[in-house]
Design a protein around this ligand. Structure first.
Ligand SMILES: NC(=O)c1ccc[n+]([C@@H]2O[C@H](COP(=O)([O-])OP(=O)(O)OC[C@H]3O[C@@H](n4cnc5c(N)ncnc54)[C@H](OP(=O)(O)O)[C@@H]3O)[C@@H](O)[C@H]2O)c1
Length: 347
């Protein structure tokens, strides 16, 4: 990356994703000049130690971005809508973790292993896809490239950390309440702002984000629309069912695909996955080898297992894909986008 250093701001630095971004920047020895940590008034004034520096968290405001080269946003869509254009005006490149700009046609939606070439057209804001979309795109890219893909049916098994710190705490509290035979108090999931709340401990909630008029949830529609945008292919047919489970970190997905090419074997699919960037194949039923969320947590790659041919459709395949939703699903992908910008001299 050369000797140049970059001034960085993290909006939402005290949240689940923001904290992870800070960890990864440190681990990867990212070339940082100043690091500005921004939050709401709730956390302002808090002192955070990062890489031996003591940094005081400040309130994120319109004028927070002067001199900043790259601003990572993970403080919710509303904050991004309000402050990202201000940051761009002040000369920063924004990498946004929220859904605010993902489908905007002037905003590249990037998974570096899949479509870093889309970065060339950026106009200041770059979007990080939804966590469940990223891991599916990483796993399917090599298959699409080698054999073509025309149909995807995905069911997700998503962790509570995908809904932020409050949801994580609620799982912990409800688990204690259940074991002590107390009533479980539910205030956050499935959607904090929606009318009803259900316990997540010892449960499965088939609603992530709000319902849309077509009966799909917003999370399901994100997976569908974002995947088409990332692959730049509006002809793919995709259906998704997104479910929240009492897992702290790492999302799992059961994915069914149909290849364009005929006579593709499981061995061929495994071979392209084995060689793919960002993918680790863990697939051997004879030794009960397959990925699980506990194993995938805090790891960078997307893990794939249980690859098998459909029993009725010659071009149909099933697989199980697991990835840490806070790492590749959010913070790691965000930092990798920044690294791609630097490598391609776009910042
Ligand atoms: N968790 C995931 O897997 C994941 C994955 C991809 C994308 N995302 C997206 O990233 C965003 C953050 O998610 P999270 O899981 O990190 O949430 P979180 O743990 O609830 O953290 C939210 C962060 O935003 C800050 N914030 C809230 N309101 C603000 C305001 N008005 N002005 C400035 N800062 C404000 C909070 O600061 P305080 O400490 O002051 O409250 C905190 O730092 C969401 O939009 C989410 O959709 C999350």
């Amino acid at each position: 990356m050369g000797n140049k250093v970059f001034n960085i701001a993290i909006v939402g630095a005290t949240g689940a994703v923001g904290q992870k971004i800070m960890d990864i920047l440190q681990e990867k020895d990212f070339p940082i000049g100043t690091l500005k940590l921004l939050s709401s008034e709730r956390s302002a004034g808090k002192k955070i130690i990062w890489n031996d520096r003591e940094i005081t968290v400040e309130v994120a405001k319109s004028d927070s971005f002067s001199g900043i080269d790259i601003a990572f946003f993970s403080a919710g869509g509303e904050v991004s809508r309000k402050l990202a254009p201000e940051a761009v005006k002040q000369g920063a490149i924004v990498i946004d973790n929220t859904s605010a700009y993902r489908m905007n046609k002037n905003v590249p939606l990037i998974v570096p292993e899949v479509n870093s070439d889309h970065l060339n057209n950026h106009q200041g804001i770059i979007a990080n896809p939804n966590c469940s979309t990223i891991q599916m795109a990483v796993a399917l890219k090599p298959i699409k490239e080698a054999f073509g893909l025309n149909r995807i049916v995905v069911s997700t098994y998503q962790a509570v950390s995908g809904a932020g710190r409050q949801a994580e705490k609620e799982l912990e509290t409800q688990t204690k309440q259940y074991i002590q035979e107390e009533e479980m108090v539910a205030e956050t999931l499935p959607v904090r702002s929606d009318e009803k709340h259900f316990p997540i401990a010892f449960n499965a909630l088939p609603q992530i984000d709000v319902f849309e008029e077509n009966g799909f949830t917003a999370e399901e529609m994100k997976m569908i629309q974002e995947t088409k945008k990332i692959f730049n292919d509006q002809t793919m047919s995709i259906a998704a069912t997104c479910v929240r489970l009492p897992i702290v970190t790492s999302h799992s997905e059961s994915i069914y695909i149909e290849t364009d090419q005929e006579k593709v074997s499981v061995a061929q699919i495994r071979e392209v996955l084995e060689k793919a960037e960002g993918v680790v194949l863990q697939d051997d039923p004879s030794t009960q080898t397959y990925p699980t969320p506990l194993d995938a947590t805090n790891k960078e790659p997307i893990f794939v297992g249980r690859v098998r041919k459909d029993l009725d459709n010659e071009q149909g395949f099933h697989m199980w894909v697991v990835g840490d939703n806070l790492m590749k699903g959010a913070a790691l992908n965000t930092v990798q986008i920044a690294q791609s910008l630097i490598e391609n001299k776009l910042v």
